[in-house]
Ligand binder design. Structure first.
Ligand code: EPZ
Length: 417
């Protein structure tokens, strides 16, 4: 049985380079299907979710290979149109292959998506986008079947700025004759990264980062080369570890501009933050103060993925904070484990009230990606020893999280007993 063994209670200090963004790399890997030939992706993180995406590409007939942090995808012989069930069940983001398969060959099939257990995770907005572009979507014995006699550009408005639905609409629209305008599009930085890669293929896409994205599709695309941005949620994770344990940290890869609400919240807890062109630095001398209230929201609001991370900091601090989660309807599953460490947290629906108090080490169980990272942060800031079981959840989105924390002087080891 694998687990992280953590001895908390000691300030952190050190420098870490932040790896490439999982939530950029996943839609970009799906987008390689839009061009015939070999595309090259630099700074592609080595994560289990990325491995799953590479296995999907291979199952579709692509040749994929990794050279360090560079991944090469040759789609020349890709003839598949169905995402294998086992791979679809491993990761919800596998749904992103539907849009690029539709654009490439007019047909896509998959079982209904799996992935993290974050409450209801429908894909109705993805399906509506495909239908608006001229796709017939059928449910054949629990499998999703999409096909089209030719995608046509259209004007569509998302009722909610869904990240995945925006990305799938962009991918499909690249194969649609004419102009597609996506209103109320998600604005996340990862969508701007996807636009950057699509442009490297020769696609005419603009507006990512604003609520309105315009794609002039139907033109043949060529393979591209792109460098993926640093992962802003991994950066937030490292920053929150210092905020919880105290000390100082320097994290290379970005200037922190994609994380302003998180930096602001950490400064309110008493941290000192300094942004530089290629790094973010943080100092925390004492325990985190309560900050009143935080509400998650679509970008540029406070990112839902950093909600568990900040909660772990506040739980071990001092003072009161109310956290309201507006994106997912079940994203407080990690609270139960924090309570075993002595955390004082009340949850009612999508709101959590945190009263900071010293935490003590305990046996904990990760049961989703960011919740598992939050427990690791709490363990580093707690007095005593903790074990965090099922670190495979954490490996979905972090390249050896224990090694990053070891580089900060954290007493954490991956054990197998
Ligand atoms: C992306 O998920 C990220 N995943 C998530 O990161 C992130 O939490 C989320 O965006 C919000 O920022 C990837 O990019 C691979 P959404 P996604 O579509 O696309 C509802 C992580 O830890 N919804 O913006 O699934 C949905 O149920 C992961 O790296 C519909 O109702 O997020 C949810 O409540 C976790 N119908 C909300 O919208 C739909 O068709 C946000 O979903 C689609 C979504």
């Amino acid at each position: 049985m694998e687990f992280f063994a953590v001895k908390g209670g000691r300030p952190l200090e050190g420098t870490v380079a932040v790896h490439g963004a999982k939530n950029s790399a996943l839609p970009i890997l799906a987008a390689t299907l839009l061009a015939r030939g070999e595309s090259v992706l630099h700074n592609c993180p080595d994560l289990t979710d990325i491995q799953t995406a590479l296995e999907i590409l291979a199952a579709l007939g692509c040749r994929v290979r990794r050279e360090g942090r560079t991944v090469l995808v040759d789609t020349t012989d890709c003839t598949g149109t169905a995402v294998p069930d086992e791979l679809m069940g491993r990761m919800r983001a596998s749904v992103l292959f539907l849009g690029s398969l539709l654009a490439r060959g007019g047909e896509a099939a998959a079982s209904w998506p799996g992935g993290c257990a974050l409450g209801a995770r429908p894909i109705d907005l993805h399906i509506r986008a495909f239908q608006a572009l001229g796709t017939e979507v059928l449910d054949r014995e629990g499998r999703l079947l999409c096909r089209t006699r030719g995608l046509r550009g259209c004007r569509m408005a998302l009722p909610f700025p869904s990240v995945g639905a925006t990305e799938n609409a962009m991918l499909a629209a690249c194969g649609a004759a004419g102009v597609t305008i996506i209103h109320n599009a998600a604005r996340e930085p990862e969508i701007q990264d996807l636009q950057g890669f699509l442009r490297s293929l020769g696609a005419d896409v603009r507006g990512a980062g604003t609520g309105e994205i315009v794609i002039r599709g139907g033109v043949p695309l060529h393979p591209g080369e792109y460098t993926i941005m640093a992962d802003r949620i991994v950066t937030a994770t490292y920053l929150c570890a210092v905020a919880a344990a105290g000390g100082e940290g320097e994290f290379f890869g970005s200037d922190g501009a994609a994380l302003l609400p998180v930096l602001d919240a950490l400064e309110q807890t008493g941290c000192r933050i300094r942004r530089e062109p290629d790094r973010v630095r943080i100092w925390q001398a004492g325990k985190a103060a309560g900050i009143g209230s935080v509400t998650t929201g679509p970008y540029p609001g406070f990112p839902t993925d950093a909600q568990p991370l900040l909660a772990a900091v506040l739980a071990g601090g001092r003072g009161e904070t109310r956290i309201t989660e507006t994106i997912f309807d079940s994203r407080f599953r990690y609270v139960e484990s924090l309570r075993t460490m002595g955390a004082r947290i009340r949850v009612e629906g999508t709101t959590a009230w945190i009263t900071g108090t010293p935490l003590r080490g305990a046996d904990l169980e990760a049961d989703d990606l960011r919740g598992g990272a939050a427990l690791t942060i709490a363990a580093l800031g707690a007095e005593g020893e903790s074990r965090i079981l099922s670190p495979f959840h954490i490996d979905r989105g972090y390249e050896r999280l224990e090694k990053a924390f070891q580089a900060l002087g954290g007493r954490i080891r991956r054990m197998n007993e």
